[in-house]
Write a protein that binds this ligand. Structure first.
Ligand code: FAD
Length: 317
């Protein structure tokens, strides 16, 4: 990223979390325009919209992950309602044969209040998903939460092997974590890492990080452990193809809805298991800010989508 892009990314992260700015925007004429831009990255505000987009993608040969957007929920009733939304989502997906993965942050379902509450909700979600043959994927949050998330995962996965876990290649601690995680049955979703971390905890975006990502992918794929390559980086994807990992049935590639759709389409057309990470919910504003912050050139795309609403509606898949 250039210096200006880095500054824009920092500003967007600040805007995303500032409640005053959000309240102001919600009552302004800009909010509906931002909603137009969000449609490129979010399937809609409702579960029905998400399921219908999932069906469209599945008909084209993709597999899907569904996420109800939210994180850091601090009220017990809100955690319970997020969990209930996920349970209803599982029923809706299961009943119309949408073989989706259900993905979420543990901080959305109780971890910020009490780890036991998050574990309890996770088990409920995993149990319900098992009834429909669906998989569950736990997202990874800031490094301050890594150990707690891993511990909740390990507590649940032996009984519910349909639960998977996300591993961040940028964290130095992931060297030890990966060895441990290979002893558990759940799928590992490998990401570079989205959070700003202290320099003694994590590598920044760099060639070294890319090599580390590939080294982790190597370890997981060679162990014949279920693996999701979750990256939009064309160079990483090319190397993964050169190494023939995607030929294995236990390895899939996964990208966020609206990000690098052409690249994912090429992989799908080559017959690789290609997964679209599809989000929905009222918190689309937070999600849009994250997508713009992680790749500031998306700001240009967002501006064009705001002026020409149909652009974001045309499926690039
Ligand atoms: P980067 O090094 O960030 O980018 C490489 C290239 O990819 C860029 O130059 C650009 O060409 C392209 N690119 C990247 N992002 C975009 C974009 N938004 N729009 C357009 N092009 C782009 N992170 C976590 O910390 N925890 C999680 O649980 C988590 N779950 C994820 C689940 C999925 C399915 C995916 C795909 C990502 C997830 N992430 C998660 C985010 C991840 O950690 C990275 O921040 C994100 O994927 C960007 O890194 P990258 O590997 O795509 O490559």
């Amino acid at each position: 990223m250039t210096q200006y892009e880095l500054q824009a990314a920092e500003a967007l992260k600040f805007i995303a979390r500032n409640e005053q700015i959000k309240t102001y925007l919600q009552s302004s004429d800009l909010y509906p325009l931002l909603h137009r831009a969000a449609k490129r990255f979010v399937s809609g505000e409702t579960r029905d919209e998400a399921i219908s987009r999932a069906k469209e993608l599945m008909a084209k040969g993709y597999v899907v992950s569904l996420e109800y957007i939210g994180e850091n929920t601090r009220m017990e009733n809100e955690c319970a309602s997020a969990k209930n939304e996920l349970i209803t989502l599982i029923h809706s997906a299961g009943e119309c044969s949408v073989q989706s993965t259900i993905s979420f942050d543990l901080s959305h379902i109780g971890m910020s209040i009490d780890p036991e509450l998050a574990l309890h909700h996770l088990v409920e979600i995993a149990k319900e998903s098992q009834l429909y043959g669906l998989a569950v994927m736990i997202s990874m949050e800031e490094s301050a939460k890594t150990n707690q998330i891993l511990s909740i995962y390990k507590n649940a996965v032996m009984k519910y092997p349909n639960i998977g876990i996300t591993l961040q290649a940028h964290l130095y601690g992931s060297d030890e974590d990966i060895k441990e995680l290979l002893n558990y049955p759940g799928r590992i979703r490998l990401v570079k890492g989205a959070y700003q971390e202290p320099t003694d905890m994590a590598l920044p975006r760099s060639k070294r990080l890319d090599q580390r990502y590939l080294q982790f992918a190597d370890t997981i794929a060679k162990a014949k452990h279920p693996l999701s390559i979750a990256s939009h980086d064309a160079a990483i994807i090319e190397e993964i193809q050169n190494r023939n990992y995607l030929e294995h049935s236990h390895v899939e590639v996964e990208m966020l809805y609206g990000v690098q759709p052409q690249l994912l389409k090429e992989l799908k057309d080559r017959g690789y298991r290609s997964k679209v990470y599809l989000t929905y919910g009222q918190e689309w504003y937070l999600y849009l800010c994250h997508r713009l912050a992680e790749y500031p050139p998306n700001i240009y795309v967002a501006i064009a989508d705001m002026i020409e609403p149909n652009r974001a509606q045309v499926s690039p898949y």
